[in-house]
Design a protein around this ligand. Structure first.
Ligand SMILES: [Zn+2]
Ligand SMILES: [Zn+2]
Length: 118
């Protein structure tokens, strides 16, 4: 874990909500003016590979992961109104995986309204 990666993770955790790569970059630049987009994306890729972060495709943003995904993927419940994302553990094995397919990681996104916004 490099200082840069740790810094990106700390920013994700501090945000407590989905944050876009460029907002991360802005925050990093306030501490380190030399931060560049490719290094931010590489750090995010690393954090996702080791299961410490997820990309929320629907929002094109990233969140820190507080779960252990040894078995099963993540399920993200995304509120279309306030943009909150609630992460839950997915099923241990995808039910409709093709024969012989070995799943390494999976993220399922559910769209709707959270309890507060309903
Ligand atoms: Zn997770
Ligand atoms: Zn909501």
């Amino acid at each position: 874990m490099t200082p840069l990666r740790r810094n990106v993770l700390a920013l994700l955790v501090r945000a407590g909500e989905p944050i876009k790569a460029y907002d991360l970059l802005d925050q990093m630049r306030s501490e380190d003016g030399s931060a560049k987009p490719p290094t931010v994306y590489r750090s995010l890729d690393f954090l996702m590979d080791v299961g410490l972060a997820h990309k929320v495709e629907a929002l094109n943003a990233y969140i820190a992961c507080a779960h252990c995904h040894d078995k099963g993927g993540a399920e993200l419940y995304i509120c279309g109104k306030c943009g909150s994302v609630d992460e839950r553990h997915g099923a241990p094995e995808p039910r409709n995986a093709p024969d012989g397919f070995e799943t390494e990681r999976s993220v399922v996104e559910h769209y709707g309204l959270c309890a507060k916004c309903r």
